[in-house]
Every structure is written in structure tokens, then in C-alpha cells.
Design a protein around this ligand. Structure first.
Ligand code: FES
Length: 87
């Protein structure tokens, strides 16, 4: 599990193993548009300001994944304790 910080508000949300970032944020009133929810369509791509990502999508290129400045919150997760999102 890991934490997500929302840059605009400073709010921090805990993401348990059995939920996606999209799910937890939606439960807290932050709606990220989604479509496939499987890392295929790119609809949910969100800018990452800090932290490292465990990319689990099939749409970003290896180069884009290495840049670590965007991710697919429907399926990808953090590879560290906290990531900060440009939301
Ligand atoms: Fe399709 Fe996230 S909703 S990649």
C-alpha cells in the first residue's frame, strides 16, 4: 500500500492493496475520467509531480515510463511510499 498526495489541496489518501488510485480518489470526491480501467486506453493518464511509479499499463512507451511524470491511475501503482499528483 502507499499514499497519494493531491498537489492542489495537500490532501493525502491511503491506497490499500485491493483498491486502485482511481477508486480511492472517487470515494473521496475526486473523479478521474476512465474508460477501460485496464491500462489500455489512456483516458485516465494523470501528471505525476513526485515519487516513483510502478507502471502497469500497456499504453505508455518505455521512454514515457522512465520519465516518471505521468501514469495511469486505473491500474498503475506507486513504487515508493508516497506519490504526488498534479490534481
Ligand atoms: Fe484506460 Fe486508465 S482508464 S488506461
Amino acid at each position: 500500500s502507499f499514499d497519494v498526495r493531491i498537489a492542489s489541496t495537500g490532501d493525502v489518501f491511503h491506497i490499500p492493496e485491493d483498491k486502485s488510485v482511481v477508486q480511492v480518489l472517487a470515494e473521496n470526491g475526486i473523479e478521474i475520467p476512465t474508460s477501460c480501467e485496464q491500462g489500455i486506453c489512456g483516458t485516465c493518464i494523470t501528471r505525476v509531480l513526485s515519487g516513483s511509479i510502478d507502471h502497469r499499463d500497456f499504453i505508455l512507451s518505455d521512454e514515457e515510463k522512465r520519465r516518471n511524470d505521468q501514469f495511469t491511475p486505473c491500474c498503475s501503482r506507486a513504487a515508493c511510499q508516497m506519490i504526488e499528483l498534479d490534481l
